[in-house]
Design a protein around this ligand. Structure first.
Ligand code: CA
Length: 440
């Protein structure tokens, strides 16, 4: 568990002026990690840290020999096309580099002129998936989402009896995870139309997004060695925004008995920046379980969890249709929610995932599951907002939606904000649905 330290001081200001602007996602108290290169260049992708509207190129900073000791070792691990080596170094190395970066980017840093040559404007950059994601596991931690979707799929039995006892998850697919800006074709698979007696091979007619957070694992646990709940966050590098695109008609036909398959594995999109757990320390909140619900088994419960297991992250979903783009209309907000509503926490996901000895590795990604809040307006997917397509949503262009149409761009944003702490933003994750390819 990270405690507050000098890097969280809301009074800190950076010599990178844009980092001090009101509403910046990337003030000096944030310092999220990503992988970038200059847009359209043949440069190698490399690790950078967001500061204001700039990226600090850590390979360049390492070459200038500006850091010492643990921070120097950490920047060496960042001289790579992904974050895996740095993730594997562990929480002490992450904290050492964060402290060194915080001090080097503060107003008054003596080597500012040397470090300023290591900045690249974010508008001039393109990004890559920041880690080599070996394995991806998707959870289902919002009881509101599970109940809303369960009612549509199984009206007589919306919430399965295991839901309140363990963090439900399934093993997903990492090969189709892309970076923000990802465009992908409407997927084709078998669906069973309402009232039909046989399925057909068809393009999905019920395309949806899922508002999720992604959790990147840092240090591994050895095969056979569970991670205890109170050690779980030491293994977690940080969080990103995550869109787990879903084809609901494909899902409805295929999901029993083994869970989602082709309804989920055609595309999933991550945001460029990973916000470290340490940066999120000011936004920890007590985790509670309603008193008439089952309390967690001991391996999923602790005093630390109860005092600070939840994280207050405001999440928003926007849509922009092709017609809206042509008409010059801005994106339209569909909903907002908050990660603090999650029924299961990051530490509980990790503790449960490993309790059987399953080994998690640096760069592995855990999806939080769709983060729907308690009210319909806070739903994190169209299947909930449209109540299974029984209610259509009006767009500013005069169009309406139940599910996504070809050309729709969906964007998530996330941020933590409260009095007495610096705003910590996640940037955004965006993706666009293309028409289906011709059927084979
Ligand atoms: Ca999901």
């Amino acid at each position: 568990m990270s405690l507050l330290n000098e890097t969280h001081n809301p009074a800190l200001r950076s010599w990178v002026a844009s980092a001090n602007a009101d509403g910046s996602d990337f003030p000096i108290q944030n310092l999220p990690f990503g992988v970038f290169r200059r847009y359209g260049s043949a440069e190698a992708f490399r690790v950078g840290v967001a500061i204001g509207d700039q990226i600090l190129d850590l390979s360049a900073a390492h070459a200038h020999n500006l850091f010492t000791n643990g921070a120097k070792q950490a920047t060496l691990a960042c001289c790579a096309p992904n974050l895996n080596a740095f993730m594997a170094l562990g929480s002490q190395a992450w904290a050492a580099l964060r402290l060194a970066l915080s001090r080097a980017l503060r107003e008054g840093y003596t080597l500012q002129s040397a470090l300023s040559t290591c900045l690249v404007p974010q508008v001039d950059a393109e990004f890559a998936v920041p880690a080599q994601i070996g394995d991806y596991t998707d959870f289902y931690t919002s009881v509101h989402h599970a109940t809303n979707v369960g009612k549509l799929f199984r009206p007589d039995n919306p919430l399965m009896p295991n839901y309140k006892w363990l963090p439900i998850g399934y093993h997903g697919r990492s090969s189709s995870i892309g970076i923000s800006g990802q465009a992908f074709h409407r997927p084709v698979s078998q669906t069973m139309a309402p009232g039909a007696t046989e399925p057909t091979l068809t393009a999905s007619k019920r395309m949806d997004y899922e508002l999720e957070l992604g959790v990147y694992m840092g240090t591994a646990n050895a095969l056979g060695e569970p991670v205890a709940l109170d050690e779980a966050e030491d293994h977690v590098f940080g969080l990103c925004l995550f869109n787990d695109w879903s084809a609901r008609d494909i899902q409805g036909w295929e999901y029993q008995p083994l869970g989602p398959f082709l309804s989920k594995n055609f595309a999933s999109t991550v945001s460029p920046w990973i916000v470290t757990l340490e940066a999120l320390s000011p936004y920890r909140q007590p985790w509670t379980r309603p008193s008439d619900d089952p309390q967690p088994l001991p391996y999923l419960d602790s005093a630390t969890l109860r005092s600070s297991g939840a994280i207050d992250i405001e999440l928003e979903v926007f849509i922009q249709s092709a017609a809206m783009r042509e008409q010059g209309l801005p994106e339209h907000r569909l909903s907002r929610s908050n990660f603090r509503h999650a029924y299961w926490t990051v530490s509980q996901m990790v503790a449960h995932h490993t309790v059987n000895g399953c080994n998690l590795q640096p760069g592995d990604l855990l999806g939080s599951g769709t983060q729907s809040g308690p009210t319909l307006e806070e739903a994190g997917a169209l299947i909930e907002l449209s109540v299974g397509a029984s209610r259509s949503l009006a767009l500013p262009s005069g169009e309406s939606r139940t599910f996504l149409e070809d050309g729709d761009t969906v964007t998530f944003r996330g941020a933590c904000e409260k009095p007495g702490a610096a705003r910590i933003g996640f940037g955004e994750v965006s993706g666009t649905l293309l028409p289906a390819r011709a059927l084979v």
